[in-house]
Design a protein around this ligand. Structure first.
Ligand code: 5GP
Length: 214
């Protein structure tokens, strides 16, 4: 029996990573994607303007408010929310296609999105919250990106506390003090979640053949 081929018959995970801006989530997400070929990132639509270096279709789908409203009307979002002064939403189609292929999907969404997905799809969800080691570090990381104005940074800092207040709604909480350690912890969570019996659709037939001596 080809165990590896059998094992690919599994349900994909929906892995939500939430954190206040600047807690290191983007770095962790990029590393996860680089290390896992069977993982894909959900690209959100947003009405916010692109930051320097951000690419349409890769970082976000940058859309107008009218386009965003039309997507809501057409039920194109799995979830959507207003974050800061902009709208963000998770397009439904690509997520459903990836899960059907047995791929894990990473969502970089806020607590509002996590709550909505919990209501819609809780069986496949793994919710991870990433905390900064302290608030000074958070501000330092926000400033080192140097992409937002002072005013935006101050606003984001004040919103951080609100985001952090939702930490207890998550299955797992990491403190990103050391990125290698946080990465190891995140990988361990994903490996364990993949091993859950209900997600390994291949186990029933495998055990049947096993006891029949196949
Ligand atoms: P940023 O503007 O810094 O890229 O993202 C701001 C916040 O919006 C982050 O906390 C991010 O997780 C959240 N966000 C990004 N995309 C989505 C989405 O599709 N849905 C929800 N609910 N939040 C999102």
């Amino acid at each position: 029996m080809d165990i590896q081929a059998l094992k690919s018959h599994r349900r994909g995970l929906m892995i939500i990573l939430s954190s206040p801006s600047g807690a290191g989530k983007t770095t962790l997400t990029r590393r996860l994607m680089a290390e896992n070929s069977d993982m894909t990132m959900s690209v959100s639509a947003t009405t916010r303007r692109p930051r320097p270096g951000e690419e349409d279709g890769k970082d976000y789908y940058f859309v107008s408010k009218d386009e965003f409203s039309a997507m809501i009307d057409e039920d194109q979002f799995l979830e959507h929310a207003k974050v800061f002064d902009n709208y963000y939403g998770t397009p439904r189609g690509p997520v459903e296609a990836s899960l059907a292929e047995g791929k894990d999907v990473i969502f970089d969404i806020d607590w509002q999105g996590a709550q909505q997905l919990t209501q819609a799809a809780s069986d496949d969800l793994v919710k991870v919250f990433i905390l900064p080691p302290n608030m000074q570090e958070l501000e330092k990381r926000l400033r080192s990106r140097a992409q937002d104005s002072d005013e935006v940074i101050a606003k984001r800092m004040s919103k951080s506390e609100a985001e952090i207040s939702h930490w207890a709604e998550y299955d797992y909480v990491l403190v990103n003090d050391d990125v290698d350690m946080a990465m190891a912890e995140l990988s361990a969570i994903i490996i364990a979640e993949r091993q859950k019996r209900k997600r390994q659709l291949w186990l029933g037939p495998f055990v049947k053949r096993l006891v029949e001596g196949g």
